[in-house]
Design a protein around this ligand. Structure first.
Ligand SMILES: Cc1ncc(COP(=O)(O)O)c(C=O)c1O
Length: 366
């Protein structure tokens, strides 16, 4: 959406995104494929802009959540491999065939469904299979896994199995023993599937070391500059900046209150600035009285509640209008990294990014 008011900007640094992809490539073994997870509109950044940056860096494998997202990718690029993580949940398999998508089979029922379809219409479709090694969310469970291993040739007759995968539950914590347990579990399974790619790592898995590389890694958040591990040191470049210009300022007196619920009360004469950013733009209400923004090096406190379209800040330290009028204040960016911003409201960068609103004017920097 074009923001005609020209006051709130979401800058997306595609150059840094490309650099983050190449950094991941350097961290993994030379023959390890670095796929990209681009679900939820490339974590809110805009898949139409993100995809060409990654394909230019020779990324050929993309993971999305739903069939709709996969079709969107296919419409942007005819050649790349597109995997649907949520699995074969649709009834009309013609879409999978027409758009050459790769469903990640999450249970034996789905496997039977796609096998039946191929046999009926005399087709050979690419599939991936997800084995659950500890998430208890998607993927074949222990019994189904044993059944598939035992009856592989009966259960996979028509499909072209290109990938088997699993997903780490605790890759955000390198000390967690569950990472090794899951890898070992997957190692036992993958012996039985030697002729396809094997993958277990997301962004966190990439940082766990080369043992976790296998044939393919599937990072998402690292590409977009978000941390994927607890106490992560700086590996990747910031990609997203949220900036805004004031739409109004006012003086208030001691005892005056600011915003809904009058949660902020002035202890002295103050200057208050208002920006056109609110929870309607995905800027969480939990930031109420609980966020710092920046103008150059100056830290500024958000005061009062975040409302649907507006937030208010304390500008008392700025003596002249010239210092603040028409200036871009940084809500998220290099001074105020997304990884710090999310900590103040006890969330993760994934949530902040995927909630980024549609009303911001997006400026793609390449
Ligand atoms: C199965 C799977 N693989 C890879 C990813 C990418 O994860 P991350 O963004 O932590 O790299 C996700 C994201 O949720 C996922 O569900």
């Amino acid at each position: 959406m074009k923001n005609v008011d020209q006051n709130t900007f979401l800058d997306i640094d595609l150059k840094s995104l490309g650099e983050n992809y190449l950094k991941i490539k350097k961290k993994v073994n030379r023959d390890c494929i670095v796929a990209a997870t681009v679900k939820s509109n490339a974590y809110g950044l805009g898949v139409k802009k993100v995809l060409p940056v990654l394909t230019r860096s020779k990324c050929n494998h993309f993971f999305v959540a739903s069939t709709d997202e996969a079709v969107e990718i296919r419409k942007i690029n005819k050649k790349v491999e597109v995997y649907i993580l949520n699995g074969l949940v649709l009834d009309n398999l013609n879409i999978i065939s027409k758009y050459k998508l790769i469903p990640v089979i999450n249970n034996l029922k789905q496997l039977k469904k796609i096998e039946r379809y191929q046999s009926k219409f005399n087709k050979k479709l690419k599939i991936a299979i997800h084995f659950d090694t500890g998430m208890s969310r998607l993927g074949l469970d222990k019994n189904e896994t044993a059944n598939l291993i035992k009856n592989k040739s009966k259960l996979i007759k028509n499909s072209d199995l290109v990938l088997i995968m699993s997903h780490l539950a605790c890759a955000d914590d390198p000390k967690n023993k569950k990472n090794q347990t899951q890898l070992k579990e997957f190692d036992k399974i993958r012996i039985y599937f030697p002729n396809c790619l094997h993958s277990i790592s997301n962004s966190g898995g990439v940082l766990l070391g080369r043992k976790y590389n296998l044939d393919m890694v599937r990072p998402g958040i690292s590409l977009y500059g978000g941390n994927c591990q607890i106490k992560e040191s700086k590996h990747y470049k910031n990609v997203v900046s949220l900036k805004s210009k004031l739409i109004q300022t006012r003086e208030i007196n001691k005892g005056d209150t600011v915003g809904y619920g009058a949660t902020f009360k002035a202890r002295k004469k103050m200057k208050v600035g208002t920006f056109a950013i609110g929870y309607g733009d995905g800027f969480s209400r939990l930031f109420s009285n609980n966020c710092k923004i920046y103008l150059n090096n100056k830290r500024i406190n958000l005061i009062g509640r975040v409302s649907m379209d507006l937030v208010t800040v304390d500008l008392t330290d700025f003596k002249t209008l010239k210092q603040i009028a028409n200036k871009e204040f940084e809500f998220i960016g290099n001074k105020n990294p997304i990884n710090t911003v999310c900590e103040s409201i006890d969330t993760i960068p994934y949530e902040i990014l995927t909630n980024l609103g549609k009303r911001y004017q997006r400026r793609y920097i390449s």
